[in-house]
Write a protein that binds this ligand. Structure first.
Ligand code: FAD
Length: 385
C-alpha cells in the first residue's frame, strides 16, 4: 500500500516514519527546497516525547533536549520571583521528561529518520483528488502521482484542507506577536536548568534551556496584524515594549541576534471536526491550528501521526474505515487543546486586564501545584498513556 504525504514538517515526517514502520510505501512532497521552521525552538512536552519514543527516536530527542528541571515566574517589572518550583512531580506523574529542542535539529532528526529516497523537496502539490480507490496528487509542474492514501500535513494554510472541507477556514489573529530565537546560556539571564518566564503588562518573556548551552527565548508583545518591522529595528522595538522591565530582560534584548530572530504574528483557527474525505486525511496544523500558548501544536501533530498509523495497522475494514476511526479519536482532543490554548492566550495577553492581574496575584501564592496540574492535563489524554 502506498501513501502520499504533502508537507515535510513535524507532522508529515512523523507520519512518514510511523507509516513506514507499519509497512507502508511512503512518498513525501515538500514545497520548499530547505525546510525553515517558523520558530527557533520548540518545547516537546512529555506527550510529544512519548510519540518520538514510539517512533524509535527516544535517545536522539533526549540528546537534543535541554534540562528543564524547574520553572519560575518572575515579575517582569521589578524582577522579584513570583513562584519557583521543581518539575519532578510532573515528570513522575506523566512518566516522561519534556524536552525543549532546537527546531532545526528536530527537523533534521526527523528527516534523517525518514531518509531522503522518497522525500521530494521543492515539489509543491497544487491539487488533490480521488478516483475510486486511488488518490491523485497534482504537482506544480503538472505531473501527477497516485496512491492508496493521501495525508495533508501541509500546515496552517493547507491546500488539502480546502479539498477536504470544500472551503478555506478563516485564521483568527490572536492579538500578539511572538519574537523568538536562541542565545547562549548565561547566569545573568536565568538559571540553565529552569524554564524562566517574566510576566507583566499582559506581555511575556521566556527562557528555556536547550542542548549545547543555549537558551530558547521568546518575547510576546501586543500589536496589530500586518505591521512590518525591519530587522535593524528589532532591538529598539523590543526595548520600547519592555521599557522599565527588570535587568535580565534588558540584557536579553541586548544579547539577541536580530538577523536570527523570528517575528511571528500569532493566529489560530476555530476547531472543526471533518478531517477526512474518502482516502484523504488532514494531520497536524492543517487539521488543528492553535496558538502556541500551551506548546502543544507540534506535540498534537506527532500524536496524530501515531494514532493514524495504529488505526491503519489495526483495523481491517479498509483505508476509509481506518481514517474515520483516526478522525473520531483525534478531533475532540485537538479541539479541546486549541480552545485551552486560546483561553490561556487571553489570560497571558490581557484580553481582560483584570483577569490577567488576578492571575499575577495567583502566581504569587502558587507553589507549583496549579501550574503543573494545567500542564499535566494537556499531556493526559495522549494516545500513549
Ligand atoms: P508545518 O510545520 O507548517 O509544516 C507544513 C509543511 O508543509 C511545510 O514544510 C510547508 O512548506 C509544506 N507545504 C505547505 N503546503 C504545501 C504544498 N502545497 N505542497 C507541498 N508542501 C507544502 N508546538 C509545540 O508542540 N510546542 C511548542 O513549544 C510550540 N511553539 C510554537 C511557537 C510558535 C511561535 C509557533 C508559531 C508555533 C509553535 N508550536 C509549538 C506549534 C508547531 O510549530 C506546529 O504545530 C507544528 O510545526 C505543525 O507541524 P506541521 O507539520 O503540521 O506543519
Amino acid at each position: 500500500m502506498k501513501a502520499i504525504i504533502v508537507g515535510a514538517g513535524i507532522g508529515g515526517l512523523s507520519a512518514g516514519i510511523a507509516l513506514r514502520r507499519t509497512g507502508w510505501d511512503v512518498t513525501i512532497y515538500e514545497r520548499v527546497t530547505e525546510v525553515k521552521p517558523v520558530g527557533a525552538a520548540i518545547s516537546v512536552w512529555s506527550n510529544g516525547v512519548k510519540c518520538l519514543n514510539y517512533l524509535g527516536l527516544g535517545a536522539e530527542v533526549a540528546k537534543l533536549g535541554g534540562r528543564m528541571d524547574n520553572m519560575a515566574y518572575i515579575d517582569g517589572l521589578d524582577g522579584t520571583t513570583m513562584t519557583r518550583f521543581s518539575f519532578a512531580p510532573l515528570v513522575a506523574e506523566v512518566g516522561q521528561r519534556p524536552y525543549p529542542v532546537s527546531r532545526a535539529e528536530l527537523q533534521m532528526m526527523l528527516m534523517e529518520a525518514f531518509g531522503d529516497t522518497h522525500l521530494h523537496l521543492g515539489r509543491q502539490v497544487t491539487e488533490v483528488a480521488q478516483d475510486g480507490d486511488t488518490v491523485i496528487a497534482t504537482l506544480e509542474d503538472g505531473t501527477t502521482d497516485t496512491a492508496d492514501l493521501l495525508i495533508g500535513a501541509d500546515g496552517a494554510r493547507s491546500v488539502v484542507r480546502t479539498h477536504v472541507l470544500g472551503a478555506a477556514p478563516e485564521r483568527r489573529y490572536a492579538g500578539y506577536v511572538n519574537w523568538n530565537g536562541l542565545v547562549p546560556v548565561s547566569a545573568d539571564l536565568a538559571p540553565d536548568d529552569q524554564w524562566t518566564v517574566f510576566v507583566g503588562e499582559g506581555k511575556r518573556v521566556s527562557l528555556m534551556p536547550i542542548s549545547d548551552g543555549r537558551f530558547y527565548f521568546f518575547f510576546d508583545t501586543p500589536g496589530e496584524p500586518g505591521e512590518t518591522v525591519p530587522r535593524e529595528a528589532f532591538r529598539d522595538t523590543l526595548r520600547a515594549h519592555f521599557d522599565g522591565w527588570a535587568e535580565p530582560v534588558q540584557r536579553l534584548i541586548a544579547a539577541i541576534d536580530p538577523e536570527r530572530t523570528n517575528r511571528v504574528e500569532i493566529h489560530d483557527i476555530d476547531p472543526f471536526h471533518t478531517w477526512v474525505k474518502g482516502r484523504i486525511a488532514l494531520l497536524g496544523d492543517s487539521a488543528h491550528n492553535t496558538t502556541p500558548d500551551i506548546g502543544q501544536g507540534g506535540c498534537l501533530a506527532m500524536e496524530d501521526a501515531v494514532v493514524l498509523a495504529i488505526a491503519l495497522q489495526t483495523n481491517t475494514l479498509g483505508v476509509e474505515d481506518a481514517l474515520g476511526r483516526y478522525q473520531a479519536r483525534r478531533s475532540g482532543r485537538a479541539a479541546d487543546l486549541v480552545m485551552r490554548a486560546r483561553k490561556r492566550c487571553d489570560v497571558t495577553h490581557a484580553a481582560d486586564p483584570q483577569k490577567t492581574r488576578d492571575w499575577y496575584d495567583e502566581l504569587r501564592r502558587e507553589d507549583g501545584t496549579k501550574v503543573m496540574r494545567g500542564i499535566i492535563s494537556n499531556i493526559e489524554g495522549n494516545p500513549l498513556g
